[in-house]
Design a protein around this ligand. Structure first.
Ligand SMILES: NC(=O)c1ccc[n+]([C@@H]2O[C@H](COP(=O)([O-])OP(=O)(O)OC[C@H]3O[C@@H](n4cnc5c(N)ncnc54)[C@H](OP(=O)(O)O)[C@@H]3O)[C@@H](O)[C@H]2O)c1
Length: 257
């Protein structure tokens, strides 16, 4: 909807279509995109890491982060990019939070978490990753140690409770809202009251955010910025950010900030 409305308003002869692709069909879907001559496509959960081996080339950010959410056709080659990390970074900064010398707690270690940890580790932050599968968290922490420190642990009640104090930003990169994760681990929502910001990435069922010092960074802000960066990759020109924002606000019937 963000893209189609924008294409129409700019009289660009393009269409953005959703395809529901199972894990076992990803290879065939990419081959179909080649055969049908798509100019590009986005890749979302759960394909952001599997897609790496199916494209012909990776840009530096995608290669280092080990995750791709945007593919562009350049001649006959498919090139993989990742706009999630920079999209999240721009969203975070738009709320006045300046990453750098901050304590950041990340829940999740999938494609989106990888992209965000990669981007935030370029600044001097202390990042702690907690994930349901410890192995995956370890791989992210090992791959993406940047200027600050990246540590990891298993997502358990005890680990989450001990990681919360001193956290400036909690990034929840799972499909569940933070309130749900807390409830599942039997942790009181009030335990987040000393955190500055909570940033849930999932935007499909937004519940009331937990009470924190400064509030919630909306996943819709990230959605907008990562989409704008994809637009720039495909179209090769600056994205009409205000127009894209207005398309989303009109569609939702409300602003999120
Ligand atoms: N706002 C935006 O613009 C934006 C951009 C990108 C992604 N997202 C959203 O971010 C979420 C993650 O996307 P992704 O591409 O990173 O997905 P992914 O690669 O499939 O990773 C999902 C992560 O969530 C964890 N997880 C899944 N179910 C869980 C549960 N019931 N309890 C605890 N942890 C659970 C997984 O843990 P395991 O490793 O143990 O499986 C994994 O770490 C999705 O909801 C996606 O829509 C939003």
């Amino acid at each position: 909807m963000i893209f189609n409305t924008t294409f129409q308003k700019l009289s660009l002869n393009r269409a953005y279509l959703p395809f529901n692709v199972s894990k076992s069909q990803l290879k065939h879907a990419v081959q179909a995109a080649r055969t049908l001559g798509f100019d590009g496509f986005n890749v979302t959960m759960p394909h952001k890491t599997r897609i790496l081996e199916l494209v012909d080339q990776l840009d530096d950010v995608a290669k280092k982060g080990g995750t791709v959410n945007t593919v562009a056709r350049v001649g006959q080659r498919l090139v993989g990019y990742s706009t999630d990390g920079e999209g999240a970074f721009r969203a975070i900064k738009s709320y006045g939070f300046e990453p750098g010398d901050k304590n950041i707690l990340v829940i999740g270690a999938g494609g989106a978490a990888r992209a965000i940890v990669q981007r935030l580790s370029l600044r001097h932050n202390s990042i702690r990753i907690l994930n349901r599968s410890l192995d995956r968290a370890k791989t992210v922490a090992e791959d993406l140690n940047g200027r600050g420190s990246v540590s990891c642990g298993k997502l358990t009640k005890k680990n989450l409770e001990t990681s919360i104090p001193g956290t400036n930003l909690l990034v929840n990169a799972t499909p569940l809202q933070t309130t749900k994760i807390l409830a599942e681990l039997a942790i009181q929502p009030q335990s987040l009251r000393d955190i500055d910001w909570v940033f849930d990435l999932a935007y499909d069922e937004l519940s009331d955010p937990p009470h924190t010092r400064s509030g919630r960074i909306s996943p819709l802000e990230m959605l907008l910025h990562q989409a704008a960066l994809s637009f720039e990759i495909w179209l090769g020109k600056p994205a009409p950010l205000a127009l894209m924002r207005a398309s989303l606000v009109d569609h939702l019937g409300r602003d999120w900030k």
